[in-house]
Ligand binder design. Sequence first.
Ligand code: ATP
Ligand code: MG
Ligand code: MG
Ligand code: MG
Length: 468
Amino acid sequence: MPSLNDIRSTFLNYFEKQGHRIVPSSPLVPRNDPTLMFTNSGMVQFKNLFTGVEHRDYTRATTSQKCVRAGGKHNDLDNVGYTARHHTFFEMLGNFSFGDYFKTEAIGFAYELITRDFGIDASRLLVTVYHTDDEAFEIWKKIGIPEDRIIRIATSDNFWQMGPTGPCGPCTEIFYDHGDHIWGGPPGSAEEDGDRYIEIWNIVFMQNEQFEDGSMRALDMQSIDTGMGLERIGALLQGKHDNYDTDLMRHLIEASANVTDGAPDGPGNVHHRVIADHLRSTSFLIADGVMPANDGRGYVLRRIMRRAMRHAHLLGAQDPVMHRLVPSLVHEMGAAYPELGQAQSLIEETLKQEETRFKQTLDRGLKLLDDELGKLPADAALPGETAFKLYDTFGFPLDLTQDALREKDRSVDTAGFDTAMAEQKAKARAAWSGSGEAADAAIWFDIADKHGTTDFLGYDTETAEGQI
Ligand code: ATP
Ligand code: MG
Ligand code: MG
Ligand code: MG
């Protein structure tokens, strides 16, 4: 059974043999790219090659890219613990052509690697194409995919965009049918969100660039950008359905159980999954220089850390535990990503400090939450002011409260939360203008309104992405 480390190597070696340069993963914080919070796909480091702004001494590249999807256009934070296929941190295997090969070769490589080198049963595959892309349809047909397993999709699912601006284009996605014992339907159907048909590989035909004003231009050259989730192909090749049952994730889940309830498959299983996932995203973010803060990227990190800590709390952990899991992670991934080992003590210290601090208010906040819920009718949403109090006094990011409520099938009045937040801002503004520094304060608030205040950046990453 190949490990995730083996599969990563097989992928990179395959494309190296096809003339691709193996390029290291870029950091999770994109360089000089204010439009993006974290690197969310393999193409990010090559953005300027697609648009023709930059040239390198290769036209074919292959990578295993560290990705975080916890905000902005691609946000999987709320999927973790609930689906078999989503992480906040994952590795995206990719091959890229910069004005070199296009659709036929890209589809050919993917099909050959999957069915020949990885030995996956072709009759289980299903592909999608953008509804107008007859060319991609024909290529798949010629390769041997039956027509009824080539699905035309008209939505943005088959028109890939990194973020609100940047290179983009129609795509073709490869799905694997895990069998009718699992709930879910083929792409485009009402049950497509289920985990029966799992998307393993996305091949993007980079041919457009999207601008902020909504306009789009055709790029001068036609390029290829692909992404395959290592954990998803890993699950398949290890005979599993669920990403969290792969060797690497399983070891982290066991490590989580060892420091808490001792039962990886007990009733706390969902908590262990969340902890294993969040351990990876927080550790990799810290290794790449992000530190917990009250705004921007640092606040997203803090939110992920605090969510993980609440799950550890639910497992009965009395003392900080996240930092104790770091050695297991370094053991699993340190060889492929040396930055992890180099930053190990910083990661451990940061996690420990944050957990120690948050512990003091976490217990009290959760108690307040329970008390408030007890006072409400069974189906009522939590009032916005309560969520705001949890945020302001107990350090509960809004999404942490929502995560806690979701387990109980409850929701929160987010509009009420926004109102409470706005009121507090107004109060702060009034207090500040009385301080004799009114002019400075006015300037500060202007800037804050334009670019977002720390608090606003905090809970609304959708806005934050444009604001950083
Ligand atoms: P899905 O529809 O399942 O959410 P996606 O279409 O959003 O996936 P892409 O943006 O096409 O994903 O990313 C390319 C590949 O990266 C996917 O085909 C999948 O294998 C992998 N991938 C995407 N998001 C995640 C995630 N959150 N966790 C693990 N792997 C992922
Ligand atoms: Mg997605
Ligand atoms: Mg998809
Ligand atoms: Mg996709």
